[in-house]
Design a protein around this ligand. Structure first.
Ligand SMILES: C[S@@+](CC[C@H](N)C(=O)[O-])C[C@H]1O[C@@H](n2cnc3c(N)ncnc32)[C@H](O)[C@@H]1O
Length: 247
């Protein structure tokens, strides 16, 4: 049986998180309208091959770097390494096929602060239809097969800490205790993809999947001041307050 994420909406959680917590660098892969990163007050990197933005995405950010490209091309460009960037918080919400998300995770962890957090969207699907890998068959909400990151990371990277927030509609997998120098996933990438490519959530076992984790209540995390994110947070007093210099 599919277990639904019934907590607060993910946009509300992200708004509250960014209203209270600052990071040196925030990165978002898969942005489209910019709604999810507009409230960010940290230096920001936004990556999407197809932006459609008509809101104020700059807000209180000290810097905003926008890359209208695929995440593979972005990582390949070497921008993060060239600029010595250590990511505090990343939100991976790009192509929802597990091998893409696995590559996004590998590239992101390599440039992360070890005390940082990587959030991955839609890893707890609410039904079978939304898990399809057939891009021409998508109807309505689509999680694709990114649920596979849960068993993959549990098997290959038991050193990571996984927290599945109960954010509606389809959960948010937060990964902490990062090791930027760890190459296990990169070294075994082909083997991992071959093992999981033809699995569906039903062949894997729906109950088996939902037995792999318990939903953590996002509302409690908010009430407690987002403890998961505090090890990498900056002093909130250092937030930029943009001032008008001329009319
Ligand atoms: C679900 S939307 C992102 C929604 C946004 N994060 C939000 O919460 O409002 C997924 C986005 O991933 C982008 N995308 C698709 N393939 C991608 C790729 N290879 N690299 C980066 N982004 C990709 C799409 O263009 C789309 O805008």
């Amino acid at each position: 049986m599919y277990v639904r994420a019934t907590g607060m909406k993910y946009y509300s959680f992200l708004r509250e998180l960014h209203a209270s917590t600052l990071f040196d660098w925030y990165m978002e892969i898969g942005c489209r309208t910019g709604t999810s990163f507009a409230p960010v007050r940290s230096k920001t990197i936004a990556v999407d091959p197809f932006f459609r933005v008509d809101l104020n995405i700059i807000g209180q950010k000290p810097a905003l770097h926008v890359f209208q490209s695929t995440s593979d091309d972005f990582f390949e460009s070497g921008f993060l390494q060239r600029n010595g960037i250590r990511l505090g918080l990343s939100f991976l919400d790009g192509m929802h096929l597990f091998e893409y998300l696995l590559r996004d995770f590998i590239g992101t962890e390599a440039a992360s602060d070890p005390k940082g957090v990587i959030m991955m969207h839609d890893c707890a699907p609410g039904n079978f239809v939304m898990t399809t890998r057939d891009l021409s068959a998508i109807k309505g909400a689509w999680t694709g097969d990114v649920w596979k990151l849960v068993p993959i990371l549990q098997k290959w990277r038991p050193d990571l800490t996984l927290t599945m927030l109960d954010l509606r509609p389809t959960g948010m997998l937060c990964v902490s205790n990062l090791s930027p120098g760890n190459t296990v996933l990169q070294d075994h990438y082909s083997e991992i993809v071959a093992e999981y490519l033809d699995q569906t959530i039903e062949s894997f076992g729906v109950e088996r999947f939902f037995d792999l984790f318990e939903f953590a209540p996002a509302a409690q995390m908010l009430e407690e001041g987002f403890p998961l994110f505090q090890p990498v947070a900056l002093d909130p007093a250092s937030a930029l307050k943009p001032t008008l210099h001329s009319t």
